[in-house]
Design a protein around this ligand. Sequence first.
Ligand code: CA
Length: 235
Amino acid sequence: MPQILIVEDEVAIADTLLFALTSEGFAAQRVALAGEALTLLRSGGVDLVILDVGLPDMSGFEACKALRQFSAVPVMFLTARAEEIDRVVGLEIGADDYVVKPFSPREVVARVRAILKRSLGAAARTAGAARGSGAEFHVDEERLQIHFCNRLLKLTALEFRLLQQLLAAPQRVHSREQLLAGVGMAPDVGYERNIDSHIKALRAKLREVAPEREPIQTHRGFGYSYQPPSPAAGP
Ligand code: CA
């Protein structure tokens, strides 16, 4: 049963979400403070966080940044005003989606389900691919870390999930839209080009480790793929 953590100081809203989620078969708990939430999240076991932007002790954005220091758990923001969220800012700090109050609980549940399906699916695929592949990359699902040529990569949550997705299906060409969907983002206007900048950042980090390798290939007009080293070329 997926565990959802609701971080919301307004009791009525939290209760509505709790009811909607538990009646749809999710396990959900609620805390009112970001500090409490971070403590809980540090001990693990949460599959998705619904995070209010306006919390009494710190903003949801700050809480998300703090969370991303140690976890890539999917985050969905709740906000009172659409303009509060610059979607790009949301992406930079590693959020997966947001809903604007007042919202339909049914809509929230549907989005939660979609995000979980993508994040759990990506994890399962990576686990499968990692078993069969060589030692160039090592994906640690528990710690949300990726090693490349035995060096730990310092990745943002989004970069982690992009790379995880590419590694899960070597040589498969992923469109920008598929990559967005895989990291739990809606393929809205503007986001597709954003993928390019995240791939660019990711490549720079890989190049620092192994300048001679170019494991992420660009397929002009299509997207990106992970190209494993050819067996003959390896030492
Ligand atoms: Ca609030």
